[in-house]
Design a protein around this ligand. Structure first.
Ligand SMILES: O=C(O)CCC(=O)C(=O)O
Length: 409
């Protein structure tokens, strides 16, 4: 009898444990934690324990589709459904894939470290953006770039599509660092161009997946016209966040990057170490949530143009980067921006949404107050116009010296 009781109690414990495991999985699978091959950093684990983790979506199946333009033809695909869920609820998610070219990323990490850590301030200054006219490309030093009115604690390099004969604002030549340190010569052009090429493929894949996930009542041709992703505006940046002493008065009230949303369609971000934080509109306590690194993944977030075009169904989520005070290590990050065509007027598709999504978009608009108190849907003009106004605020001095009267300051 005793043995039977022991067996029964043992069985009960196993059933209760199994139930807990089951409940945990059903709860978290709605967040789309689908890639079991990814090893999670301790902070991800911690966020899991705090009951939240951003979706991690393996996009290999989409990257395998040979004709890049065909993704927009897909219907009811499980990866697209996961992307749609993440975009509607968070505006932020991770992507993973066995097809990512990790050796290229490693090469770019190495050469970026060599540039930021070993090149002298004088030599970096020779590549300053101020010497590159209206192209808005080159190097900037710590304190040059502002977000929400405060100088960020980062230095960096700005790149875009390398178009030597294009004299339009924010177009033109890249200033690729070429340097020699410790008896070794470096040239950033090939790794930067290769990296941008790979990101463009990922960008085309994701924007089409996002468009399909909207289930719009529109013909393919019209979709391509409304979402101008064929010839996107591309900006690529490499940031270096140096460590600071906690008592450094210059950084008292500022961040690595202050709170902001991105401007265009989507950002494909690779971060070398933790630091990025987001504020979800659904977070009841208004807290900042860490977005820790997951090895071999990218963080994706949506920008203002998608918020505008979808009438608020998809949101550009507020984010910032912590300053580096309790560490001796700097932090590299590689944000790549895949944005609407420079001349596109970012047409709105609210009327083509289904009723449920329309309701969700209206609720979103009522519930969430944007950080800048602006509504991207109210903007009149092209994406290029929107972008120029935005970037001239983050580099006010450069806008005065290099863009002259081309922008309203
Ligand atoms: O460096 C990062 O992790 C994020 C940078 C960022 O927020 C941006 O460039 O918009």
């Amino acid at each position: 009898m005793k043995a039977q009781l022991r067996a029964f109690v043992g069985l009960e414990v196993i059933v209760v444990l199994a139930l807990h495991v089951y409940l945990w999985f059903t709860k978290h699978s709605t967040c789309g934690v689908v890639n079991n091959t990814v090893s999670m950093s301790s902070k991800v684990q911690q966020s899991l324990e705090n009951d939240f983790v951003l979706p991690v979506i393996d996009i290999t199946e989409l990257l395998k589709i040979k004709e890049r333009g065909d993704i927009i033809k897909l219907k009811n695909h499980s990866v697209i459904n996961q992307i749609g869920y993440a975009c509607r609820h968070y505006g932020f998610f991770y992507i993973t894939s066995s097809l990512f070219n990790t050796s290229l990323y490693h090469e770019l990490d190495q050469i970026s470290h060599a540039f930021f850590d070993l090149v002298s301030a004088e030599d970096k200054e020779k590549l300053h953006m101020k010497y590159n006219g209206k192209a808005w490309r080159g190097y900037f030093a710590v304190g040059d770039e502002y977000t929400s009115g405060l100088a960020d604690n980062k230095e960096g390099l700005y790149f875009g599509k390398h178009e030597t004969n294009n004299t339009e604002l924010l177009h033109g030549n890249n200033m690729y660092p070429r340097f020699r340190v410790n008896n070794q010569s470096y040239d950033m052009q090939i790794p930067v161009d290769n990296y941008m090429h790979e990101m463009e493929t990922i960008g085309h894949t994701l924007i089409q997946a996002i468009i399909v996930s909207l289930n719009l009542n529109m013909e393919e041709e019209k979709l391509r016209d409304y979402f101008s992703f064929n010839d996107p505006t591309i900006l690529f940046r490499i940031f270096n966040y140096p460590p600071h002493s906690e008592n450094d008065v210059r950084i008292k009230d500022s961040y690595g990057v202050g709170a902001h949303t991105d401007y265009g369609y989507l950002t494909i971000l690779r971060q070398e170490s933790d630091g990025l934080q987001i504020k979800l509109s659904s977070a009841s306590d208004n807290s900042w949530i860490p977005v820790p690194i997951i090895p071999n993944s990218f963080v994706i977030n949506l920008g203002d143009a998608l918020e505008r075009q979808t009438g608020g169904l998809l949101r550009a989520t507020l984010h910032r980067v912590e300053k580096r005070v309790n560490t001796i290590k700097s932090r590299l990050s590689f944000p790549y921006f895949f944005d609407p065509n420079f001349y596109s007027d970012m047409k709105q598709i609210f009327n083509y949404l289904n009723d449920e999504d329309k309701k969700f978009a209206v609720e979103n608009r009522e519930k969430i107050q944007r950080w800048d108190k602006q509504n991207p849907s109210d903007f009149i003009g092209s994406y290029g116009h929107y972008l120029i106004n935005k970037v001239s605020k983050v580099f006010p001095d450069l806008a005065k010296s290099n863009l002259n009267d081309a922008v309203e300051l």
